[in-house]
Design a protein around this ligand. Structure first.
Ligand code: B12
Length: 213
């Protein structure tokens, strides 16, 4: 049996969700646990959509529900003392992909850890990741891709860096629900691949706090 928050997402209670998130937080729930429950709800919605039990309209309303929840939750995830930046991360959802909740969440978590985020938005061509990373003198390129059809484009980003002879200047991390880390590492030439934002923060912090390539 899932939690009330998870069920509220599954039942697409988009008008109640903000209040439920607020109550959970007021009752002392950790924002990351709240996020976990919301994600679990979305995972079930995705499954039901895949199995034909939910229609596309319900996928959209579930997204609306998540948006309402994030309005309350996201500022807490991003809370930071705004000290000195620990490094710059250029992030975006790759071309053909408009999923952006995961990108928004991981950006908030990284901001909270003291990283500077350059958000390129959604549907971003691979070449733009390369250009913007160079322009921002970034340390890390973060690619969000939730579709099995869009994930392979992370290879194009890596190859774009190689063609310009600047592969060594950047770490590349692919993220998104459905990303299979071992497969992505073997196939796309990225430095890391994750399907969890907290894990991503650990990896990036490890890279930028001392470790040298
Ligand atoms: C919400 C949603 C939508 C919304 C997106 C709204 C929005 N603004 O983001 C809408 C309705 C628009 C949508 C559309 C579609 N969707 Co959709 N969607 C989902 C759903 C239900 C939830 C995704 C989500 O937001 N999860 C919550 C976030 C917080 O979790 P997350 O993305 O995993 O992110 C975390 C980590 O992965 C990581 N992370 C994420 N990005 C990054 C990036 C970096 C750099 C790093 C380090 C980490 C990181 O950190 C995050 C925090 O922990 C998933 C189901 C699922 N299993 O998740 C399907 C799902 C992803 N969608 C799917 C599909 C098929 C589609 C459509 C093709 C449907 C259609 N026929 O039109 C379209 C494609 C649109 C497009 N071109 O992109 C499939 C993909 C199947 C596949 N393997 O390819 C899924 C898996 C559903 C399913 N089971 O069938 N979708």
């Amino acid at each position: 049996m899932g939690s009330e928050l998870m069920n509220a997402v599954i039942d697409i209670r988009y008008d109640e969700i903000a209040g439920l998130v607020l109550s959970a937080l007021k009752a002392g729930s950790d924002p990351l646990d709240v996020l976990g429950e919301l994600r679990e709800g979305l995972r079930v919605v995705g499954e039901r959509y895949q199995e034909g039990e939910y229609f596309l309209s319900q996928l959209f309303l579930a997204a609306e529900t998540m948006k309402n929840a994030l309005e309350v939750l996201q500022p807490l995830l991003a809370a930071t003392d705004q000290g000195e930046s620990k490094g710059t991360i250029v992030i975006g959802s790759i071309e053909g992909d408009i999923h952006d909740f995961g990108k928004a969440i991981v950006s908030s978590l990284l901001t909270a850890e003291g990283f500077h985020i350059v958000d390129l938005g959604v549907d971003v061509p691979s070449v733009r990741f390369v250009e913007e990373a160079e322009k921002a003198n970034a340390d890390v390129i973060g690619i969000s891709a939730l579709l099995s059809t869009t994930q392979p484009q992370s290879r194009d980003v890596v190859q774009g860096l190689e063609r310009r002879g600047i592969r060594d200047r950047f770490r590349v991390i692919l993220g998104g629900t459905g990303v299979v880390p071992e497969y992505a590492l073997a196939q796309y030439g990225v430095d890391a691949a994750v399907n969890d934002g907290v894990e991503a923060v650990k990896i990036i912090s490890g890279w930028l706090e001392g470790e040298q390539r």
